[in-house]
Write a protein that binds this ligand. Structure first.
Ligand SMILES: [Zn+2]
Ligand SMILES: [Zn+2]
Length: 377
């Protein structure tokens, strides 16, 4: 109880109408992106995943982020025709690895999360659409470090000395851009499927089982409603890895506020809205096909034509939380990626050539043994 009271004392809610300059307003409209200073002490502040508030590193003050409404969907045409740009953000680029990030100028001294060098410069490029939603980080760097250590120690093919002294380095929170799409679909289809069956024939007086196929025509209507189909809008973090650490709870996204970016990087999207929507349609089309085929008992798909109309297409542009860090082993960096919401991890660790050779050798021995058995049995 006493603890709660203390917390309340610290949690000075930032009011939007305050004359006192020492309690500066932290709202989206009048935020000064170049200085994220604590109103109480002038120290640097950051978004603290543990308390889901803005936290001052120096005096410990915490500030709530106003307005936590769930991000709403927007009409797809807005995305495809959009020329909006996100005016309060700036694009920086790492000169070493080429990664493009959005961050505020005071953070430029930070090491690039992808290659670990200190070579980040501002570019002329505009940051593109402003996100409408964000899934804030839930795990902090300490928890991420523990997850990364545990994971590396469990890696079967990692060298023993690496596992013994594993130490995750340069852990940075990076918000990765995703589009989520909704749509209702109506499809008409026709096609030909085949079902196998067994008949018996007498060949030279012997009863022999034969497989034959009976073909039949299909046609009909199929309606599928899609909700929050997630498409990665940046390829800076390899899609394979992002897929591995999914899901990101886009349903839990809150309205985007610049405050959530404080202390973090944000990747710019490098795929167009149209490109992402096309990718999404491919996923939707294959789902529709699967749903249609599920209605039938068949073994062979000879042909299937589907005509689909898409309706009520909507999108959300959301930032999702990923921690990027690396292990340094024999002066080589191995990146790992942790879902900042649920702690799922993917990435690379060094591999021991000896361990792999032994595995291959054992595999070969088993194979040789098996072949010998087959030959002499
Ligand atoms: Zn402070
Ligand atoms: Zn870099």
């Amino acid at each position: 109880m006493a603890d709660d009271l203390n917390k309340q004392e610290n949690n000075q809610k930032i009011e939007s109408t305050s004359q006192n300059t020492s309690t500066k307003i932290y709202s989206d409209d009048n935020i000064d992106v170049t200085t994220y200073k604590c109103p109480n002490c002038g120290g640097e502040t950051f978004f603290d995943p543990k308390v889901q508030k803005i936290h001052c590193l120096y005096c410990g003050s915490m500030f709530e982020i106003e307005n936590k409404t769930i991000a709403t969907e927007r009409n797809l045409t807005e995305l495809l025709e959009s020329g909006n740009v996100w005016t309060e953000a700036e694009v920086y680029q790492c000169k070493t690895c080429g990664a493009k990030e959005i961050l505020n100028s005071q953070e430029v001294s930070i090491k690039c999360p992808f290659c670990g060098t200190n070579n980040i410069i501002k570019t002329e490029e505009l940051p593109g659409l402003k996100p409408q939603g964000i899934t804030p980080f839930k795990l902090d760097k300490n928890q991420t470090s523990q997850i990364a250590t545990k994971w590396a120690k469990k890696k079967l093919y990692a060298p023993r000395d690496f596992k013994k002294s594993v130490k995750p380095e340069n852990i940075q929170g990076v918000y990765n851009p995703v589009f989520t799409f909704d749509a209702q679909t109506d499809s008409t289809y026709n096609g030909t499927l085949g079902k196998n069956y067994t008949t018996y024939r007498y060949i030279n007086g012997k009863r022999v089982a034969c497989t034959e196929t009976r073909y039949f025509n299909i046609s009909g209507l199929q309606t599928v409603t899609f909700d929050d189909i997630l498409i990665q809008a940046s390829s800076t973090i390899p899609t394979k890895i992002v897929n591995k650490i999914e899901p990101f709870p886009t349903k839990k996204a809150v309205e985007y506020k610049t405050e959530y970016l404080r202390g973090y990087f944000a990747n710019t999207y490098n795929k167009s809205g149209q490109e992402c929507w096309n990718e999404c349609k491919t996923i939707m089309n294959s789902t529709i096909e699967r749903q249609i085929l599920k209605r039938y008992d068949y073994d062979i798909k000879l042909s299937l034509n589907i005509q689909t109309s898409f309706m009520n297409e909507q999108y959300k542009y959301i930032l999702v939380p990923i921690y990027v860090g690396h292990y340094n082993y024999k002066n080589k960096l191995y990146n790992f990626y942790v879902n900042g919401y649920n702690g799922k991890i993917g990435g690379k660790t060094p591999v021991s050539k000896i361990k792999i050779s032994i595995t291959i050798l054992i595999g070969l021995l088993i194979l040789v043994g098996f072949l010998l058995l087959m030959t002499y049995a």
